[in-house]
Design a binder for this molecule. Structure first.
Ligand SMILES: [Fe+2]
Ligand SMILES: [Fe+2]
Length: 470
């Protein structure tokens, strides 16, 4: 399905046939561009970056590469191809034709879900806006900008749904999405992890590995939605999201690679004096980003999650590939709870445990990445293993929020937490050290000393390609 690039707003939804919607979006477009100018990558708006743009949503056309100045990036509305005779695949409406309009009784709930997802997209651009100034290479700078323009496009995707299907309230929400600001005291972004600072590239790579991966699982469960336009929107967003997680996984891999080379070559654990990030510090950053990201899945037991499912609005990860009744009214699911001075698994209603199930899928996906990182360490003959912390560690949301728990899953006293948390989470010193490494490297083909060059470039270009022009 080709994208109409001749209109002001590139799209594959025949926007020109819907004058009302077209006007609403054309009215929002300059406000978006103002927001991008204020809150997008600071200092690089006039630079030409080698970016990927979708020219169609099929496998050939969605990855078209060219130089573009970010404000000229053609943000638009791209939905995955419709699936013929698609059905609602779970919940009370299972078997009915998928909805092409919002069912009246679910309007408020759907709008809330779309706004919450939409809010994360500009938030991450805001969190990352200063990183271009300390990039470890032009290759990394380009990847950052690619992530940023695509998060901008994800905002477009959600705003399209709000404007197309939610009338006046949708338009108001679309405006509000440009008014909240990450980390702002008065108008913060909706979710906690999206108000944290991303002050350095180690945090950026951890964020794209852990927090963008939350995005993958949220989008995947919304892609199962009985509301077909939401499903098609999310399915296309997922193709873009994969690159963000690639940036995170390979970014951390390259940091580990460099650290291990220095450990091996200099026969030392004290890699800081050689300008690299020591493995214990990496573990602390991992602990922090994992714990704020698992919070994004919400409470372990949630009637909201049960309702979204029963309504047919938000499914499970890979819903249609699961071999059960897709109603879950009599099913149970194992959930961890506090028991005495430890934890135990209990059977909970599968419906109210849906957040926890999605979190389990997420944790398993994270663990696969961590395993690949550990293989790099092992290949260098180094006896150190990165680990995901226990899921109750450092939580702010859900039943573990009141507890102090060590990364290996022991409930500890406040006194023990106070004495040991500096070994579990990045300290001010750790952060200052990491920030001290963040000196921009912008010569073609050069890479900062704390990170190895990538194994290959973008779109088969060499690693010494001019990914961003001066
Ligand atoms: Fe996104
Ligand atoms: Fe993303």
């Amino acid at each position: 399905m080709a994208i109409d690039y001749n209109s002001l707003i590139p799209n594959n939804v025949n926007l020109s046939d819907n004058r009302r919607l077209q006007r609403a979006l054309e009215d929002w477009q300059p406000k978006f561009l103002d927001w991008w100018g204020d809150m997008g990558p600071a200092g690089f708006q006039a630079r030409e970056a080698y970016l990927r743009t979708a020219i169609s949503v099929d496998s050939q056309g969605w990855a078209h590469f060219d130089y573009v100045k970010m404000p000229d990036y053609r943000w638009g509305i791209f939905l995955a191809e419709p699936e013929a005779e698609r059905k609602v695949n779970f919940g009370d409406h299972k078997g009915e034709a998928a909805w092409q309009e919002v069912p009246g009784e679910y309007r408020g709930v759907l709008r809330r879900l779309i706004v919450t997802q939409g809010d994360t997209e500009p938030a991450s651009v805001e969190q990352q806006r200063l990183l271009g100034q300390t990039c470890p290479s032009l290759y990394d700078m380009r990847n950052l900008f690619q992530v940023n323009v695509e998060e901008g496009r994800h905002l477009w995707a959600m705003v399209y749904l709000l404007d197309a299907y939610f009338g006046r309230d949708g338009r108001e929400e679309a405006e509000a999405l440009l008014q909240r600001r990450s980390g702002d005291d008065d108008k913060p972004r909706i979710l906690g992890a999206f108000n944290e600072a991303t002050p350095d590239w180690l945090s950026f790579f951890m964020f794209t590995f852990f927090t963008d991966r939350d995005g993958k699982f949220q989008l995947a469960s919304l892609a199962e939605s009985g509301f077909d336009p939401l499903s098609r929107t999310c399915r296309f967003m997922l193709t873009e999201e994969a690159h963000h997680m690639f940036v995170g996984e390979t970014g951390i891999s390259r940091v580990i690679q460099r650290t291990c080379e220095i450990m091996r070559d200099f026969k030392t654990d004290d890699v800081r004096k050689h300008g690299a990030v020591d493995l214990p510090t990496l573990q602390k950053y991992l602990n922090f980003h994992f714990s704020v990201s698992v919070d994004l899945f919400g409470s372990e037991i949630s009637t909201n999650a049960a309702n979204y499912y029963t309504m047919g609005i938000k499914g499970r990860f890979d819903e249609t590939r699961i071999g059960d009744d897709h109603k879950l009214t009599d099913a149970s699911y194992k959930v961890l709870e506090v028991h005495g001075d430890g934890f135990r698994e209990v059977e909970a209603s599968a419906l109210t445990a849906l957040n926890e199930r999605l979190r389990d899928d997420y944790v398993a996906d994270c663990a696969r990445g961590v395993m690949r990182w550990n293989q790099i360490i092992k290949r260098h003959g180094i006896d150190f293993e990165l680990k995901l912390p226990h899921r109750a560690f450092n939580r702010q949301i859900g039943q573990f929020a009141e507890l102090k728990v060590s990364p290996d899953g022991k409930i500890v006293s406040q006194a023990e937490w106070d004495a040991k948390h500096h070994a579990w989470l990045p300290t001010e010193d750790d952060r200052l050290y990491v920030i001290s490494l963040m000196k921009p490297v912008t010569e073609i083909g050069k890479y900062a000393g704390w990170i190895a060059p990538p194994a290959r470039g973008i779109n088969n270009q060499p690693t010494d390609f001019e990914y961003v022009r001066p």
